[in-house]
Design a protein around this ligand. Structure first.
Ligand code: GTP
Ligand code: MG
Length: 210
């Protein structure tokens, strides 16, 4: 799939302010600063689309971007930013959990993980929650340009080993670098496949109801 057009639709401070649930949605979540907004910009070939920052906590709202007039790419606030106050952390958590659990048009949640680190407790807890809540998710390893090849494969192997101790199945995963443009084709191919599968599933469900 090629992204021909991607435009900002709106920012929402809660699930209830999100745009009408009329298109399929693919959302990016992960710890603050992991590279969610940068990756959205990389996929859409537009560095000004989603706001990025080297200071964690930049994205504070649910941001919808409409892609090819057909589906939404969603930039979510990061979790686990230590320097925010307890009350604003709780506020972000409510926004994130509410959106992930209740957004009926969400097809796949991409959980972004920094490829330079060992599995962080907060990422593990979040993925466990997704699995228990039956939210379909895939993993995206970010910032691979900052690793050597051997470090990268060692880190990913360690993370997968940890995950396999607690998850029944290994989710799909992608390796990316927003800086180098790496991983774009694989990710877009996966999304295109999901879009088609979802269309077929919805069509079959409609026919079954007739
Ligand atoms: P919040 O909105 O605060 O939750 O952060 P975010 O996850 O949206 O991260 P953002 O895209 O703003 O990127 C955070 C920092 O990481 C910025 O300084 C980016 O330039 C940098 N960054 C993002 N992706 C990459 C990457 O692939 N490689 C490298 N080297 N740096 C990256
Ligand atoms: Mg962001």
């Amino acid at each position: 799939m090629q992204i021909k057009k991607a435009t900002f639709k709106q920012s929402a401070s809660s699930l209830y302010e999100c745009p009408k649930a009329s298109f399929q949605e693919y959302a990016f979540i992960g710890r603050s600063n992991v590279g969610k907004s940068s990756l959205i910009n990389m996929l859409c070939n537009n560095n000004k689309l989603a706001k990025t920052s080297s200071t964690p906590g930049k994205t504070q709202l649910i941001n919808h971007f409409i892609v090819n007039e057909e589906w939404y790419l969603v930039d979510l606030p990061g979790y686990g930013f230590a320097k925010t106050s307890k009350s604003s952390r709780a506020k972000f958590e409510i926004i994130i959990f509410d959106y992930c659990k209740k957004r009926e048009t969400l097809v796949c949640l991409f959980v972004l993980i920094d490829s330079r680190l060992t599995l962080q407790k907060i990422d593990l807890e979040f993925m466990l929650w997704c699995a228990e809540t039956k939210i379909p998710f895939s993993i995206i390893y970010t910032k691979i340009d900052k690793n050597s090849k051997s470090e990268l494969s060692r880190n990913i192997k360690n993370i997968e080993n940890e995950l396999l101790k607690v998850l029944q199945d290994m989710p799909n995963s992608f390796i990316t670098s927003a800086v180098k443009g790496f991983g774009k084709d694989d990710l877009l191919k996966f999304i295109a496949f999901q879009i088609n599968e979802t269309k077929v599933r919805l069509k079959n469900e409609m026919e079954f109801k007739k």
